[in-house]
Every structure is written in C-alpha cells, then in structure tokens.
Design a protein around this ligand. Structure first.
Ligand code: PLP
Length: 432
C-alpha cells in the first residue's frame, strides 16, 4: 500500500488526540476507535482533526521509508542543492582533467577553477589571489592557527580552532550569557592573532566580528574569522576585509569536503607537496566541488538579496514563541541576542529519567535534530560553548539544537513544534 493510501486509510478510521509514532500504532488505535468513528460519522461530525493529518503522515512515511522525515540539522550539514548538484555533474563532464596539467584539457579545468575563484572573491570582497581552495573549514582554520603562536581565541570557537591552540600561548575571549563574545582588550598583552567566528554553530548567535576586526586593526593584530556558519546564510560582503576567513560548502548546499581560506597571497602552506594554489596548499584541487560550492553560494546570495531572510526569521521567531509558551521550564539559548535565522538552541525541561535523551525520542518521532552535549551524568563532556555561556552541566545535558535549511518551510517549523510536544508527552513532561 502506498504512503498516501495508507494515510487516507488511517484517517478514515483514526480518531484520537494522541500522536502515533508508527503506522502500526496508528492502525491499532484506529481499529480500537472504530466504533467511535462510526458514531461520529453518523452524527456528521468531522472524523479527524486537521492538525492530526500531518502527524499521521509523518508516522507513516517514517515507517515506510525508515529514514528521518524532517531534517533540522543543517548546521551539521545542508543537503546538496539542485544548483550545486547540476554544477558538479556539469563540471565532472566538462572538466575531467587535472587543472595543473599542461595540456588543453588541464588548462580548461584550470580556467574554470580560476573563474570560480574570481566569483568567490567578488562575493567576499577581496582579491582572487587571496582565495585558496581547501578541503573545508577545518583545514582552513588549522592552516591559519599553525602560523601563530601568541593568539586570543573566543571561548565558543569550533573545535577546529580551539584544538589547534593547544600548547600555544592562548588567551580565551569570554562569552556573555547571551552567547555574544566580548571585544578583545589588549591593555595587558597584544597577541599576534585574534580568532572569532562570525556565527556560532551551536546557538546561531551572531558575533561582533566587524567590531573585533576594527579593534584588531587599531592594534595591528591579525584577525581570523571562521565564517562556516555565516556564509551562505548571511551576506558574505565585508568578510573579505578580515585577514583570514574560512568557510565550507556543505553548510549552504554545496558538497562536503570542499571549502576555502581567504588569506594573503604569500601565505605559507599547511599541506606540503605540489605547487597548487600558488604554493599555499598542496594537492590536486577539487574542481567539481569548487564549482558546485561557488554555484550554491551565488544562489544563496541572490536569495538573500531578494529578501528571503525576513520571512525565515519570522518563522523561527514564531516557533520560539510557541515553543516557550507550550513547554514550561524550557528556554531558548541566546534568546536576547541576534541569531542566524535558521538556528534555535534550547534547554528542554527536566525529566525524571535523565538517561532518556530528547534527541533519541525526537529521532524516533521522525525529527533529525542535534544536541550540543550529552547528559551530564553520562561520559560525554558538556559543550564548551554552553559552558562558556554559563549553562550548568545538568542543563547542558538537555540541550537540543534545531537548525533549518533553505528548503525548510513555515509548516516544517510548525511540525517541529508538534514533534517537540509529542516528545515532551513521551518524556512525561507537562505541557502548558
Ligand atoms: N567551523 C564551524 C563554525 C563549523 O560549524 C564547522 C562544522 O561544523 C567547521 C568549522 C568545520 O567544518 P568542516 O567539518 O567542513 O571542516
């Protein structure tokens, strides 16, 4: 039986306020309520409340396809966009050669690569000779951090930055409880490099990277901005003014395993070997990946210019309002700060059994969401980001991150709210 017919079948027999988590559960409930349905039919009352249709559809699709139905984990990775897929397929057909090869096929691949470099540079507002293509934001950040000994990094940086300062003279720039990092104060010591991300991956809180850049400029300090979560979601313009900028394609619909670093034309390589990327990064370039990345980014930039963010921000805000109203004891992290339009990080209400994890219950209900950290009583350590914001290990253990993508609709946000409520009921949490 196809999903649509099964949904209709369940709808015909199902009338209950509870939310089924599988088709069989829905059918069982429906059968039990068969007599009630008949009575309702005879009286002319509507058999199935409209709001239950989507729950049933989720449950059925989940059971039939055995995969997450609603994906709210785009900060981890965004599915490949159609534009990126087309650009990638086009590139592997048209430019199969190595861009370093001397023959015409190689030169064609190189020309396509240089064209993509120029287009990315225009979006960032920097010179094409300042762009190095890499395998992603981790490699880009590692390349920067490897060059500096005396550094100041924000306490909420991604591990690709935090882990690469181990053993160095590193100062942490603290975060306020809002998730916003303080501007650097160089009154005691002036480091060689300051690293501050543009937007935090766990909370979505936007960071004062422009102001931090200005302070660094005043003191002759280099500034590195990890823009992995910003780029492709917020305008890229202006980032090119930073000394170093990193980004990766898979956060905005490009392929995984490709990214870039904006750096000076004479920057020393992290990966040594061939003379690719003007000696700044050895290894054959991922031509198709780069072309797909730039195509995806151009599409996102066009959408941003067309005002696509306003509605998306409203959907997120609507979700937050209804979420906090429905779940007493839950809270949104960084609620008072400016945040990415796609990210909501929350602390879920306390439950009697802390071993049951919200993320697992949500997954079973058909929602792919993420968590910054595990239960504090478990083995995993609480997230350093939440810790820096003053969140206790106990609360951090109930953190969930919902991150939407470009394809997420208002209805998806509403369905997510229903999913959260269903999870709360399963976890024995009272709803308002
Ligand atoms: N920086 C930030 C802020 C991120 O969110 C991520 C990925 O989650 C990275 C860097 C690393 O990106 P990649 O895994 O593509 O190297």
């Amino acid at each position: 039986m196809c999903a649509a017919r099964l949904v209709r079948h369940i709808e015909r027999v199902f009338v209950d306020k509870s939310i089924p988590t599988s088709a069989s559960e829905g059918i069982a409930l429906g059968v039990r309520k068969f007599a009630a349905v008949r009575r309702k039919r005879q009286s002319g009352a509507p058999v199935l409340p409209e709001s239950l249709r989507s729950h049933i559809a989720f449950a059925v699709t989940l059971t039939l396809t055995r995969r997450p139905v609603l994906y709210f984990d785009h900060n981890a990775t965004h599915p490949l966009s159609e534009t990126a897929k087309r650009a990638w397929l086009d590139a592997v057909e048209k430019f199969p050669a190595n861009p370093s090869s001397p023959h015409r096929a190689g030169q064609r691949a190189d020309a396509a690569l240089q064209n993509a470099r120029r287009r990315l540079a225009v979006l960032l507002g920097c010179g094409a000779d300042e762009i190095v293509f890499t395998s992603g934001a981790t490699e880009s950040a590692n390349a920067v951090m490897a060059q500096f000994e005396d550094v100041a990094v924000s306490a909420i940086e991604h591990p690709c930055v935090i882990e690469s300062v181990r053993g160095k003279s590193a100062r942490l720039l603290p975060s306020a409880a809002t998730g916003v990092v303080a501007l650097p104060d160089f009154s005691e010591r002036t480091p060689h490099l300051v690293a501050l991300m543009a937007a935090n991956n766990e909370t979505g809180v936007l960071q004062p990277w422009r102001e931090t850049l200005a302070v660094c400029r005043e003191h002759g300090v280099k500034f590195f901005c990890d823009a992995a979560q910003w780029i492709g979601r917020m305008p890229a313009a202006g980032l090119g003014a930073c000394d170093f900028v990193s980004g990766c394609a898979h956060k905005f619909g490009g392929p995984q395993g490709v990214g870039f670093l904006k750096c000076p034309a004479n920057f020393p390589p992290l990966l040594r070997g061939g003379p690719q990327e003007e000696g700044r990064r050895a290894g054959t370039e991922n031509v198709a990946g780069v072309l797909a990345m730039v195509a995806a980014l151009e599409e996102r930039e066009a959408a941003i210019r067309d005002g696509a963010l306003d509605a998306r921000l409203k959907w997120r805000e609507e979700f937050e309002r209804q979420f906090t109203a429905a779940l007493p004891g839950a809270r949104v992290l960084g609620a008072s700060a400016a945040r990415l339009w796609n990210t909501v990080s929350v602390i879920m209400p306390e439950t009697a059994d802390c071993r049951r994890r919200w993320v697992v219950v949500m997954d079973r209900l058909g929602f792919a969401v993420s968590t910054g950290s595990a239960c504090a009583s478990g083995k995993e350590k609480p997230s350093h980001v939440l810790t820096a914001m003053g969140v206790s290990p106990q609360d951090a253990g109930r953190a969930l991150r919902f991150s939407a993508g470009w394809g997420t609709t208002r209805e998806d946000w509403r369905a997510l709210l229903d999913g959260v409520k269903a999870a709360a009921r399963e976890m024995g949490v009272a709803l308002a």
